[in-house]
Design a protein around this ligand. Structure first.
Ligand SMILES: [Zn+2]
Length: 213
């Protein structure tokens, strides 16, 4: 994503780990194709304790709130690699998911993280490409981007584990992957799956949907 939102908590979190938000973030990069000086190298240099502190700081406003149970947005028992990086727009807490290698993930089904209402199903040429945003109540949203195809329209009610589209590389993307966000009151927050599986930042880490299948 080229757009970068000014999120004070995210900026502070990045500063806490010695990173800065870039006014013009680089285009999406696929796992396995790290550019020189890329996030792959940067994240390896960040002590785990600093990453944990940054995550806690960025999530401090929502950690204590009751969160909806959100699942890994793929079919059960598929293992996906999820990563973020410095300059990942619109937030360090966005996740880029890949399955297999190369274009193996192209066309694989994308599932809802939870039941909800589709509030956006649209095409954003310069950024998200085909993307879907779902409201889950109490200001909680999930967002799914760069889709090859969209299977639901704005206003639709969707159930948990419903297929809403397929993994693609539309918009500002250099290879197939799913760009995914968990959002609270308009702010991308650290992702959590199920009851207690906090996403790893900067990652990568493996994620598998194991419930609500
Ligand atoms: Zn992304």
């Amino acid at each position: 994503m080229k757009r970068l939102f000014a999120l004070a908590s995210t900026t502070a979190a990045l500063a806490a780990v010695g990173l800065t938000a870039h006014a013009a973030p680089t285009p999406e990069s696929r796992i396995g194709e790290p550019a020189p000086g890329s996030y792959m190298a940067q994240r390896a240099a960040i002590p785990a304790a600093q990453v944990a502190a940054a995550r806690a700081a960025a999530d401090r406003d929502t950690r204590l709130l009751e969160r909806p149970i959100l699942r890994v947005p793929f079919r059960c028992h598929e293992t996906w690699s999820g990563a973020s990086r410095s300059g990942h727009s619109p937030s360090y807490y966005s996740l880029d998911f890949n399955w297999g290698s190369g274009s193996d993930d192209l066309g694989k089904p994308v599932k809802t993280s939870a039941a909800g209402t589709v509030i956006i199903s649209s095409y954003d040429a310069g950024g998200y490409g085909n993307y879907i945003r779902i409201a889950h109540g109490d200001g909680w949203h999930t967002l799914y981007a760069h889709l090859q195809s969209r299977g639901v329209a704005a206003g639709a009610r969707v159930s948990d584990n419903q297929q809403i589209g397929r993994v693609g590389s539309t918009g500002n993307s250099s290879g197939p992957h799913l760009h995914y966000e968990q959002i609270k009151d308009g702010v991308v927050v650290a992702a959590k799956f199920g009851q207690s599986n906090w996403a790893t930042y900067p990652g990568p880490a493996n994620y598998t949907r194991i419930a609500d299948c």
